[in-house]
Design a protein around this ligand. Sequence first.
Ligand code: PLP
Length: 368
Amino acid sequence: MQVKYLDLQAQYQSIKPEIDQAIQKVLDTSAYVLGPAVVQFEEDFAEYCGADFSAGVNSGTNALLLALKALDIGPGDEVVTSANTFIATVAAIVHSGARPVLVDVDPVSRNIDPILLKMAISPRTRAIMPVHLYGRMADMDPIMATAEKYNIPVIEDAAQAQGAQYKGKRAGSVGLMGAFSFYPGKNLGAYGEAGAVTTSDSELDKKVRVLRDHGSERKYYHDMIGYNARMAGIQGAVLGVKLKHLDQWTRERNRVAATYRKALKGGPVGLPDVHDDYAQVFHLYVVEAPQREKLQDYLRENGIVTLTHYPVPNHLQKALGFLNYKEGDFPVTEKLCREVVSLPTYPEMTDEQVEYVAAKIREFFGKA
Ligand SMILES: *Cc1c(COP(=O)(O)O)cnc(C)c1O
């Protein structure tokens, strides 16, 4: 049996008439950048997240950067974030001019450890950026308590968590701002690059909209130096169609995750935690396995594609050497980076495929 890591083509085929029609409308009206399809998606996505506003931008990385810039964060400032994340989180902080301050994660949630986060706050801390990794929200109550105590804004990196909930609240509606990626492989994926910034603060929303469009509110009048970070019209149209299907796809992802759990419980690999406070959206189904590379080779030989999120922790990446972190600084993150394997997880995956992957994992450890 062949099991792809994900199947974007199957998803397109399942909604082809709606998508084709929505794209055709953009072509027929030449609304290539921003335009009515983006405006409609912004309204729908804000409502979906439980935020008052959402501004469409051209990537998740720029969503993070514009959120930081809307808060006037820059050189001399510190932004505290999770050590266990994709480099884009940290890169956005570096691009803002601020210094990223990394914090280790909790081994069960794999998200930022709220106690260590509190210890990392300094007089220079200007933002806290929790990451909702793999589709599970960070433990937001203690994070928000620290933020309120020190009066520091929270920007959620919700790139992997469209629709995820923490105690009934959706990602992007708990912190002051939320940043989303719609990279094609994300749970809500565009057909190109796209992102969004959510907030319920109208001033911040306005500032993000000015920043994404060269710092201009009125064409050719510039009150600040901004960016070119606007969402493309076609992406707004695609996302508008796909948002209507997101909850159904999330249910399918949860079915896949539950099937993995049932088939692998008590077995040789560490499974994602499940907890009543969290409605997870399983962007990735990440297990922890000894002999990670050998397991991945064995699965590949059996037609199963897996990935590693992430093989090298940010603090040991060459590009971030200037932060002067060293091996041993974030032991939980380092252990995860040695052991994590992302198993194929996508809505169109069948239970038979999930059970086949699980059987091959058990077989590997039976043999090993
Ligand atoms: C994908 C991702 C980003 C960046 O999003 P892009 O749209 O690729 O720029 C940021 N943070 C996390 C955690 C991500 O997974």
